[in-house]
Design a protein around this ligand. Sequence first.
Ligand code: SF4
Length: 349
Amino acid sequence: MTRRVSRQITVGGTAVGGGADITVQSMTTAPTDDVGAVSAQILALERAGCDIVRAAIPDEASALALAEIKRRIRIPLVADIHFDYKLALAAIGSGADKIRINPGNIGSRERVREVAAAARDAGIPIRVGVNGGSLERGLRGGLGTEAEALAASALRSCELLESFGFADICVSAKSSDVVATIEAYRLLAARCDYPLHLGVTEAGTEFSGLIRGSAGIGALLADGIGDTLRVSLTADPAREVAAGIELLASLGLRRGGARMISCPTCARCRYDMMKIAREVEERLADYRERDVTVAVMGCAVNGPGEARAADFGIAGGDGMGVLFRHGEIVGSAPEPELVARLFELVDAG
Ligand code: SF4
């Protein structure tokens, strides 16, 4: 797939755009001024594979907390600012690696100029993050479709920053409407060369959010659009990271990492495959450094052959199962021991 050519920005040492690997982001949910809780959450996100993390800055205490949080974590930390430009200045002063502002609510031209000057002095980028629900007054309904309004709002903010000599910019234009989101990003991709942060906002609970996020973000990624992404879910942020990684891997945009494949099961399945598949998936989370595909299949008759592409796998029988490697059966085990035996094979390489 040919990727759109974008400029490159650097977020705390991590490249975004310009052909860099597509990064996966998430956002903390613990109160940002609770340094212990939010740092612990970020460390868990790091373990899950998060590349860049964002924290909301609702007040000054949160902005000031960023300095200590940054000392405790390793991945770049982005400050999410709404309404109060002074919080943006405080977050930059506390060492944020990037700030995200919403042009619909950050305030006057003069305030944006101050934020841009502070970001330039600190050497950090700004994400212009437009949301369908908070489009600038005057744009909503005035510029044709929601997609056109989202793109126009984002580009207008980019031009404002450019008028202050600031071009260290990343752009997002998220809507809760998947089709509007896709169209907005396509317009942005055609009209600017800034790196694009993909996402569908207010996407919903884990089930609906995964589908809506995958449909919207996936369509854009398949078009070669997108430099960084967040799969927004009303769920543990670590699930957003897992979803982002899986989405990239499924489109061949991220190499390495352990993957599980499994069959949908049918009447030939005679063991508790859903429980076993969940166990295998959970254990595989610790194998992010390995480029390995593991299969969990419903029956020993068809399973090993159907999952020939997998490096290792198990397939169920009646109270037992077989272990296989590239489709060839290499052993069997009682059902309660299957997962442990599978991981012995994986560990042995
Ligand atoms: S592997 Fe066996 S149980 Fe799974 S779908 Fe195929 S035939 Fe059915």
